[in-house]
Ligand binder design. Structure first.
Ligand code: ADP
Ligand code: MG
Length: 711
């Protein structure tokens, strides 16, 4: 009997193993099938051939055709990683770099971080064995600071080039000269002597001699460059790269019915909500993709959807929401690719990320309010803001296209057709509408001193360059001759932060309040720590009062971070780590604090802490002496200082711009005389967010170069 039982158990286990293997096998098979059916698969051989024969290649293909996930794999198997070279693929967005790397690792059947990995600011999932590396364009720029020849890469693919982010544009310029330098030195060992001889008489389109130092003793191989774009603007890139070869990958697109509203909508969030339910109740099955402008908006729509859902009769409640935005923790990001529970309709609430960077299967309906959050820079005032602006026609087209990937679809544009006609044809490249300080700092650190003479694909506005040089000078990063200053400038270029944040950290280490500043900069680096649902406004305000400081939002954020830390540490004494984390989420909920944002801030904190430690900055605390801390804020954010006017409106001192304190600020009511702020946000009004009370005299004392008293 025993024997029989044993056998039986063994058989059972075998069967289970078989079944498990079968599952993996079918999933593998399914993925292989999907890969084979992608439009790009039919031209694999040709693409590899073209990449072999051309130093620079431009590839244009409709979104979803398989460029991002497949081409790096084709090149890998085509032998482009022989001799240990890495294929680097840049993305404008963190979410895309992460989610695509995960997908490709799965397609290759390897663990993430091994052959396939990703690296984004504050998160590195690569190892010595990584051969296909997805990363943000900004991160590759930072890598160039350490290795100007980008010598570990055999191929660099600049993906989503049509997005024309400021980092992509700068990267293109840099890669152009890296490529020239590398072909000039190809297969020669660089040493001080040969290098001088070779560079004499060289045109200035290669990297500066001094930059090649890190490459001494190394043998460089030529660099293969591939530029990928979703729109038909290949000629711009082709021309920039001296007539580089451009290829078009045919996509697959089903017809999409486009519907407009009769009247303009005054509240697009409300209109989006109504449309979501209209689709849910009236349209045949299929998932919905809704474009929104940011985390705050997405989370509020998510709450409102669930609230309205509860009011529907039982049988109509089968709808589930999936948010996707850049600061969503990466394990949550992947959820959006999973199918909804059986019988449920999936509603994806996305930022612009879903426009071209990631393709989510199953979408049949698109809801497009026709707006997007964008960086806007006013060179006259020197102020950058995040504005909600109208999309371009090209963007609207990309968005509606997402409904026709797998079959005919529908796109609900939440504006009248007459409005569409007024949209710009295409989006202005970011380099023409953003603050250039950070980028200029990086170029300077790369030894590129002549910013106006740099070979940009599209030259930024001259006034914007001058403005940024000016503010970098005022922050102490540049000398009067516009050279990087030895200490502050070098340090600022090394930190992966906006110059004002970097300045705040450096100054804080001198004033002995870096512990506090690290926390505040981390909290400022994430979106919306607090949330205030419309229906619970009073409760959320009361919760906020427990943390709020009469000195302003920076100190309030500090209080929140410390309170949460204390709560977590205390909890860890009696609970497992998981349980403590869970309790913290509950604590956040009770206090109307966004636990996702808080968690993100904690990650950012540990990363920047590592950065400043590596730089040798001293981390000390100012204890209860918050005056020191506020003085430090004044000494670093002085370009964002404003004075109250008799009517309660504020005048920004550096530009004369009139602004209001955002209602979410703890200083909204008390309105102190003199303040510094973190960000300007424009909707219908010009609002400043994250405010701290300072003393006007401090400005004169700590930033005399800006506010020096006239003699
Ligand atoms: P492109 O770069 O040309 O826009 P991609 O390579 O990003 O195309 O996508 C190719 C296909 O892979 C798409 O059809 C998409 O649905 C699928 N895909 C990408 N990521 C995932 C994922 N995480 N899960 C399931 N399918 C995915
Ligand atoms: Mg892509």
């Amino acid at each position: 009997q025993n024997n029989y039982n044993n056998n039986n158990t063994k058989n059972n286990i075998d069967q289970q193993n078989q079944a498990a293997k079968g599952d993996i096998f079918t999933r593998r098979q399914r993925i292989q099938q999907q890969r084979k059916s992608l439009p790009i698969a039919s031209v694999e051989k040709r693409l590899v051939e073209e990449a072999r024969n051309n130093d620079t290649l431009i590839i244009v293909g409709e979104t979803g055709s398989g460029k991002t996930t497949q081409l790096p794999q084709y090149l890998f198997y085509g032998g482009f990683c022989r001799d240990g070279g890495v294929i680097g693929v840049t993305q404008p967005r963190r979410v895309a770099a992460v989610s695509v790397a995960k997908r490709v690792a799965e397609e290759c059947g390897v663990a993430l971080g091994q052959k396939v990995g990703y690296a984004i600011r504050f998160d590195d999932m690569t190892s010595a064995s990584t051969r296909i590396k997805y990363m943000t364009d900004g991160l590759l720029l930072r890598e160039a600071l350490l290795d100007p020849c980008l010598s570990k890469y055999s191929v660099i693919i600049v993906d989503e080039a049509h997005e024309r982010t400021v980092h992509t544009d700068v990267l293109l310029g840099l890669l152009k000269s890296v490529q020239k330098t590398r072909s000039r030195y190809a297969n020669k060992v660089i040493n001080g002597h040969a290098q001088n001889g070779l560079l004499l008489g060289a045109e200035n389109d290669t990297l500066h001699t001094s930059l090649l130092k890190p490459c001494h003793g190394k043998k460089l191989s030529p660099l293969k460059l591939i530029i990928m774009s979703a729109s038909l603007d290949a000629w711009v890139f082709s021309e920039y790269f001296g007539g580089a070869r451009a290829l078009h990958v045919q996509g697959r697109q089903y017809p999409v019915d486009i519907l407009y509203t009769h009247q303009p909508e005054s509240d697009y969030v409300d209109a989006a909500l109504i449309t979501i339910f209209q689709i849910h109740l009236e349209e045949s099955h299929g998932d919905v993709l809704v474009f929104l402008t940011g985390q705050e908006e997405i989370e509020s729509v998510e709450r409102l959807v669930h609230e309205r859902l509860r009011q529907l009769p039982e049988g109509y409640q089968k709808l589930s929401t999936f948010p996707i935005f850049s600061s969503l923790p990466s394990e949550k990001q992947m959820k959006v690719f999973m199918p909804a529970p059986a019988g449920f309709r999936k509603v994806i609430l996305a930022t612009n990320i879903a426009e071209t960077s990631v393709t989510i299967p199953g979408i049949k309906y698109v809801v497009d309010p026709g707006v997007v959050k964008a960086r806007i820079y006013d060179a006259d005032t020197g102020i950058e803001s995040l504005d909600i602006v109208k999309t371009s026609k090209a963007q609207a087209l990309q968005r509606s296209g997402r409904a026709g990937r797998e079959g005919p679809g529908k796109c609900f544009r939440l504006y009248p057709e007459s409005e569409f006609a007024k949209f710009e044809d295409s989006t202005t490249p970011e380099i023409k509408r953003c603050d250039l300080s950070h980028v200029i700092l990086q170029l300077k650190a790369l030894g590129i001193d002549d910013i106006t003479g740099f070979d940009f694909i599209e030259k930024p506005n001259r006034t914007a360059i001058i403005r940024s040089l000016e503010s970098l000078f005022l922050l102490g990063a540049l000398t009067e001759e516009s050279k990087l200053t030895d200490l502050v400038g070098q340090q600022m270029a090394r930190l992966p932060l906006e110059p004002m944040y970097s300045k705040a950290l450096i100054l804080a280490s001198q004033l002995n309040c870096l512990e506090e500043m690290l926390i505040v900069v981390s909290m400022l680096s994430v979106e919306s720590i607090f949330y205030a649902p419309r229906e619970k406004l009073e409760e959320s305000r009361a919760a906020l009062r427990c943390f709020s400081s009469p000195e302003g939002d920076h100190l309030t954020l500090l209080n929140v971070y410390r309170a949460s830390n204390e709560f977590l540490e205390k909890n860890k004494l009696t609970n497992s780590k998981e349980k403590a984390e869970k309790n913290l989420r509950k604590w956040c909920k009770d206090n109307f604090i966004n636990s996702r944002s808080l968690r993100h801030a904690r990650d950012v904190h540990s990363q920047i802490q590592r950065n400043v430690e590596q730089m040798g900055l001293r981390i000390a605390s100012c204890g209860d002496d918050m005056l020191v801390f506020r003085r430090c804020l004044a000494g670093s954010f002085f370009l964002n200082a404003a004075l109250k006017q008799p009517d309660g409106i504020y005048r920004i001192l550096s530009s004369g711009l009139m602004v209001q304190i955002h209602p979410s600020s703890v200083l909204f009511r008390s309105k102190p005389e003199c303040i510094i702020f973190d960000k300007l946000v424009r909707t219908n009004n010009s609002y400043i967010r994250n405010i701290c009370r300072v003393d006007y005299l401090w400005l004169a004392e700590l930033a005399p170069q800006c506010y020096g008293l006239q003699e």
